[in-house]
Design a binder for this molecule. Structure first.
Ligand code: PM9
Length: 462
């Protein structure tokens, strides 16, 4: 008789509403990909079978969140949903002041414009596309001070999101603390593969920053995942709740910005929150220029209600355990086929290492862009490029940035797909891996000015 080795876990929810999906034929997928210029962002969603493009705004809301949508108070000013959301931001993130925005990058825009002066430098634990662009548009220069291990897909460091303290100190020495308005920390680090920072590293960063009068700001978009990894991996946190860990992390920061489209499991929304009254007053004034009145920030009352309820759900341990567990399930299955990936597996996605997957394709022929397109053609599974295309060009030389990490992200929307969808995805990646030697790279034929990965077009190299 087969002996039970370990007990399985299951998602803490059951499915009440379903949205039909279907797989179109391979010939149709080839045509769709060509028409989309080999850019998965340009595919029509009706042509996608399993959509792992992003976990942003693609989540399944709970019955409780949908019920909340029905009590949306759509008053132009002072909606009751705004006050409920504000209360939850205070309670779960620990900041007294709060400004809603329609999504994360709107909050990044406001914070960058308030905090950064032309000529400033912003150290951070690896760039994120929209964050860095807003810092640059405000006249700043982003400086990567993440530990070297973060750029190595094979390093098994448990906290690859940590700041390299020496790199941070060197920057202060080089440019002077006055030119560093804040340290821009993200947790987990999206572009590094969803890798967390540790609280002990954060405390050390804070100590150096305090000594020089430099503030810390946090991109808390997926902070629940970072808190989960701290609980699992950092000494002293095992018995703490996710909620307590988030509150402790936030206590080291002057403020945060959040894309609510991730942790909060809503389809739209964002916000910034701070303990700095002056920054708050400025942000509250700027939001009326770009988003709408400060009590709705470009959102409907019902959206804010769903966000407020989403915060309460995101801190539920079983929820976050199932979420990260799904990513781990996918990674473990892929490992059985010898697929090269970023290790350890991240919180929101599996990142395929395109450099090792397609070693015969040079980085300026876009291996990750190519791989994302090939997986879609094989099975209708849509992932996204996180490599040279996402990294953009050097502002001074005009040449491509060539990041060490050339990755395809298979991102899991929260509460959307089952293990069977993951099995289909794994088999597709394995199939493409078995045919990898015959795959040719791409040539870029159209490049937009900003965030080119969203809209660039490519053609196949013959
Ligand atoms: N992240 C993602 O798919 C959606 C757009 S970029 C492909 O990962 C962080 C850490 C993010 C993020 C968006 C934003 C911007 C800020 N910080 O998309 O504007 O991952 O709500 O947030 C995406 P918004």
């Amino acid at each position: 008789m087969k002996k039970l080795k370990k007990r399985s876990w299951a998602e803490p929810w059951k499915i009440k509403v379903v949205e039909p999906i279907k797989m179109i034929t391979k010939a149709e997928r080839e045509k769709a990909m060509k028409e989309a210029g080999y850019n998965t962002f340009l595919l029509k969603s009706k042509d996608v079978y399993i959509d792992l493009l992003t976990d942003s705004g693609t989540n399944a809301m709970s019955d409780n969140q949908w019920a909340g949508m029905m009590i949306g108070d759509e008053a132009y000013a002072g909606s009751k949903n705004f006050y409920y959301l504000w209360d939850n931001v205070k309670k779960y993130y620990g900041f007294p002041y709060f400004v809603p925005t329609h999504q994360g990058r709107a909050a990044e825009h406001i914070i960058s414009q308030i905090m950064i002066k032309p000529g400033d430098f912003i150290p951070g634990n690896m760039y994120f596309t929209t964050t860095k662009l807003h810092q640059e548009l405000a006249g700043g220069t982003f400086v990567d001070v993440i530990i070297d291990e973060a750029h190595d897909p094979e390093s098994e460091h448990p906290f690859k999101g940590n700041v390299d303290l020496q790199k941070f100190k060197d920057l202060i020495k080089k440019v002077g603390a006055k030119k560093i308005p804040y340290v821009s920390i993200a947790g987990p680090v999206n572009m590094a593969g969803g890798q967390p920072f540790s609280i002990s590293n954060l405390k050390q960063v804070k100590k150096i920053a305090d000594k020089h009068g430099i503030k810390l700001w946090l991109d808390a978009t997926r902070i629940t995942e970072n808190a989960y990894f701290v609980k699992e991996r950092e000494r002293g946190y095992k018995s703490k709740s996710i909620s307590d860990i988030i509150l402790e992390i936030c206590s080291y920061f002057d403020g945060i910005w959040v894309s609510a489209k991730k942790d909060l499991m809503v389809n739209i929304g964002g916000f910034l929150a701070t303990r700095n009254k002056k920054v708050f007053e400025q942000a509250r004034n700027m939001v009326v220029v770009y988003e709408g009145l400060h009590t709705y920030g470009g959102l409907a009352g019902r959206d804010m209600e769903a966000m407020a309820r989403g915060i309460e759900e995101m801190v539920n341990y079983d929820n976050i355990h199932a979420r990260v567990g799904q990513v781990e399930y996918c990674g473990t299955k892929l490992e059985e086929f010898g697929i090269p990936m970023v290790k350890p597996f991240g919180g929101h996605a599996i990142f395929l290492d395109a450099k090792r997957f397609l070693p015969h394709i040079k980085q300026d022929e876009f291996p990750a862009q190519t791989l994302a397109a090939e997986i879609y053609i094989d099975s209708g599974v849509r992932g996204m490029e996180r490599g040279v295309v996402s990294a953009g060009r050097d502002k001074k030389t005009g040449k491509h940035h060539y990041p060490k990490l050339e990755l395809v992200r298979l991102t899991f929307p929260r509460r959307v797909y089952t293990q069977a969808h993951i099995d289909v995805t794994v088999e597709s990646v394995a199939e493409v891996f078995s045919l990898r030697k015959s795959i040719k790279g791409l040539k870029m034929i159209y490049e937009p000015k900003y965030l080119r990965f969203f809209q660039a077009r490519f053609k196949k190299i013959k």
